[in-house]
Design a protein around this ligand. Structure first.
Ligand SMILES: *Cc1c(COP(=O)(O)O)cnc(C)c1O
Length: 827
């Protein structure tokens, strides 16, 4: 305890150069963070010393996003010093919870895909797997959302403003990355890519501790820096000032995270980001590989490196197609730089890469125009053409004369602007392709990538997503975590299947009561936050009905809102009636360029204004738009939830991970048979989840016979009333036609995500929810059944499956310093 205090004071005085008389909360937060960072160092060194000594197969998780959120609490918990730090601070008159709240989220992701990458790092470290996260160190993460006049506004996320205590810059390991330039055909028949523009990649390392196991892995994020030679022509012409100013152009590459979720925007800067990550990372991987093959550090080997062993030492996982240029880049390195034959290089390549698909929405699939690739990455385009030529030869051999199939399977698409289909490139260049939930993986095999599945059935796998139980239960929900530990011990933290032990307490009144008390204390805390931040009074006894995720038409926040307006109309029509009180909380960011999503936000805030101020409602319905939804806010809101909204149109949400967080925090789900909801339903049983709406085949059927949303509007009076109110300006008296476009998309423009078709069933099931909620004890029992069956959704299970079934990687346990000492004594 005194050691923590001494370190803390030393950092306050020496690192931050502050005296207690002028120190702020942030200074205390930073002092504590540096203190915790000191504690991670010895295990971090030890882990990498061990990897160096054993040279195990390493896993490289390549992702354009790592949505880490805050680190302080997670570091303390995983290092096993959380209680110690809390007590030490308390003795110094400081409250740790307040310091924890100072930390700004590392918002280097948009939503589920980025958060998955962060959960995977936690699980790889906890399972003692030699795993590295490789990504970009964006100077600006996901924008900060503000609401003005009910509309979303975007503010820059200047998250590094006060420094980042968790990262270590390593300018000594800078690597060059080339763009543009020309391809020269050399005398020996080989190709060389030269005369391009060089941008430097500076690595920044962040420690990733496993849960109390001494493993500390590394997340390495690249930052772009201009070389001194950047645009020499200006220097040569004496325009020194312009030459220095133009260095910024190169450094823009890692400036900003693209704020699109499930949407492809073919911007040149984004292509450069993707290649920047891939090029720097593959250089790093190959440097590390060569080090072990040549025996001496940084020594130019006279013999050629044997790359045949690469797939035994390296597994590269592509998180969606965003880093898929890694495939032609490794080919370029092996063929152009290392002098391997094409066939040998290709064999190595396809044994090294595996690809995770995250969506089947066509607007999200990356298709880079050939003209852009030719200019920015000319040699890579040539390599892609050669990969495609050989691939189509192979297709023709297997399916002679099937020209349609060849054109469907080509990496190069000629329809519209000639483009490279990056998903096709990823499938051809990987040994394994996986979807992220059973239903999604089946759709990939049966429709999206059917031709590829017919050619390589053994390539296709499923790896149902998961979430780390450290952050998403132990850390965010202390009341519930402590209760669980009291009854079943703490084994669940690293073996989440142990939660099934909770079923033995389903009829234990004391346990059920205490479960309800834990939920109530979380709900009160959220009520307090809403009072403070929104000036809204919410009833903690009301049902907390929560829908938080990115705002997207396919996620159908609009359908939720239709239910809210239906409830509102029913209360208005029967003001003295009995209604289960609800607090409906909707939150999420809209991509700044996504007009419909932004109008949905404006509609939510407009409905909230009407509902929350209508005296007839009498507190039986409250609507809150939760501003700036992000990882740290998810940690606060999810433990307080009663009803989790997971209502995407069947066949559109690949998996979802928000659904899992709510389940293990003791909420019941209302959802469609989409993504991982299907697997949640299988595990908790149909009595403990509210499933509604069309199934995938019913959606297909409806669309095949010609879906007419207007007929649903005309035949359902309550639905008609809701739509008429929105269209006729009931919620927008200042601008009556504000929501015309919104209504048009779900009526005359066809309602692509079938909001109207699923409305009636949704309302019906919501009625059942309202009725069931009145029996609080039975509701709590069903929540406990949900928690008890959440074990499968631990990302530890997911990562174990990746390690066994895709990566063929083994754990490398790191011995405790003390244990090492003990064995030394006995030796
Ligand atoms: C888990 C999470 C998501 C993903 O939620 P879905 O409901 O699966 O879309 C998005 N954002 C944040 C901040 C999260 O923590």
């Amino acid at each position: 305890m005194s050691a923590i205090r001494d370190l803390f004071n030393r950092h306050l005085h020496c690192t931050l150069a502050k005296d207690v008389s002028v120190a702020t909360e942030r200074d205390y937060y930073l002092s504590l963070s540096y203190t915790v960072r000191d504690h991670v160092m010895s295990s971090w060194h030890k882990t990498h010393r061990e990897y160096y000594a054993k040279d195990p197969k390493r896993i490289y998780y390549l992702s354009l996003e790592f949505y880490v959120g805050r680190s302080l609490t997670n570091m303390m918990i995983n290092l096993g010093i959380h209680g110690l730090c809390a007590r030490s601070l308390y003795n110094m008159g400081l409250r740790m919870e307040e310091l924890e709240d100072v930390e700004v989220d590392a918002g280097l992701g948009n939503g589920g895909l980025g958060r998955l990458a962060a959960c995977f790092l936690d699980s790889m470290a906890t399972l003692a797997l030699p795993g590295y996260g490789y990504g970009l160190r964006y100077e600006y993460g996901i924008f900060e959302q503000a609401i003005r006049d009910g509309f979303q506004e975007e503010l820059p996320d200047d998250w590094l403003k006060f420094g980042n205590p968790w990262e270590v810059p390593r300018p000594e390991y800078i690597l060059p990355v080339q763009f543009y330039g020309d391809v020269k055909w050399l005398d020996d028949g080989s190709f060389n890519w030269e005369d391009g523009q060089i941008v430097l990649a500076v690595p920044y390392d962040t420690p990733v501790p496993g849960y109390r196991n001494n493993t500390v892995n590394t997340m390495r994020l690249w930052s772009a820096r201009s070389p001194n030679s950047f645009d020499l022509s200006y220097f040569n012409h004496g325009n020194y000032i312009k030459a220095v100013l133009d260095r910024n152009l190169a450094e823009r590459i890692s400036m900003c995270l693209y704020p699109n979720d499930n949407f492809f925007e073919g911007k040149e800067l984004r292509l450069k980001q993707e290649y920047f990550l891939v090029s720097a990372t593959l250089q790093d991987i190959i440097r590390r590989y060569k080090h072990f093959r040549t025996g001496m550090k940084d020594r130019e080997s006279l013999e050629r490196t044997n790359f045949d062993l690469l797939p035994m030492k390296v597994a590269v996982q592509l998180n969606d197609t965003h880093p898929s240029l890694a495939i032609p880049e490794l080919m370029r390195i092996l063929v152009d730089q290392e002098g391997l034959e094409w066939d040998q290089a290709w064999e190595i390549c396809t044994s090294t890469f595996s690809y995770t698909n995250h969506t089947i929405l066509p607007e999200a699939l990356e298709r880079w125009p050939v003209t852009l690739l030719e200019r920015v990455l000319p040699r890579h385009l040539m390599i892609i053409y050669e990969i495609n030529r050989r691939h189509l030869d192979h297709v023709t051999t297997l399916f002679p004369g099937d020209l349609d199939r060849c054109s469907r399977m080509s990496l190069v698409e000629e329809l519209g602007e000639k483009s490279v289909n990056m998903a096709h490139l990823s499938i051809v260049g990987s040994h394994t392709v996986n979807g992220v939930a059973e239903i999604h993986s089946n759709i990939l095999k049966e429709s999206t990538f059917r031709d590829f599945y017919e050619m390589w059935p053994q390539k296709f796998q499923n790896k149902t997503n998961g979430i780390t139980p450290r952050r998403w239960l132990l850390q965010c929900n202390m009341p519930l975590a402590n209760l669980i530990t009291e009854y079943i011990g703490e084994g669940w933290i690293t073996d989440l299947d142990q939660l099934t032990k909770l079923t033995q307490f389903l009829d234990d009144d004391v346990f059920v009561q205490r479960f309800m008390q834990a939920k109530m204390s979380n709900k009160r805390k959220v009520a307090k936050m809403l009072r403070k931040d929104y000036g809204i009074e919410v009833n903690p006894n009301s049902m907390y009905d929560i829908h938080v995720k990115r705002i997207h038409e396919y996620k159908r926040q609009l359908m939720n809102l239709f239910h809210v307006i239906t409830l509102y109309n029913r209360i208005k029509a029967n003001p003295r009636g009995q209604f289960t009180p609800r607090t409906v909380i909707i939150g999420g960011k809209a991509a700044p360029g996504y007009y419909m999503a932004k109008m949905i936000i404006k509609l939510i805030t407009s409905v909230a204004d009407v509902v929350n101020t209508d005296p007839d409602i009498c507190g039986r319905l409250k609507v809150i738009f939760l501003v700036n939804y992000r990882v740290s806010l998810a940690e606060k809101i999810i433990p307080a939830c009663d009803l989790s909204q997971q209502v995407s149109l069947a066949g559109t949400e690949a998996s979802g991970t928000g659904n899992m967080k709510f389940q293990i925090n003791g909420a019941l789900t209302i959802g469609t048979l989409d993504g991982a909801n299907v697997e949640i339903a299988e595990r908790v049983g149909e009595d403990n989840i509210y499933i509604f709406g069309m199934k995938v085949d019913e959606v297909d059927e409806l669309k095949a016979k010609g879906y007419d949303p207007v007929s649903f509007y005309e035949e359902n009076p309550e639905l008609k009333k809701v739509i008429d109110m929105i269209r006729d300006g009931y919620f927008s008296p200042d601008c009556k036609d504000r929501f015309h476009n919104l209504i048009d998309t779900i009526t005359v423009h066809g309602d692509r995500f079938c909001v109207l078709a699923d409305y009636a069933d949704y309302i019906k099931v919501q009625e059942q929810v309202s009725e069931d909620y009145l029996d609080q004890k039975n509701w709590a029992r069903r929540c406990i059944i949900n928690v008890a069956n959440g074990g499968f959704f631990s990302s530890d299970r997911t990562i174990k499956q990746y390690a066994d079934e895709i990566w063929n990687a083994k754990p490398v346990p790191i011995r405790d310093e003390d244990e090492a000492g003990a064995s030394d004594v006995s030796a």
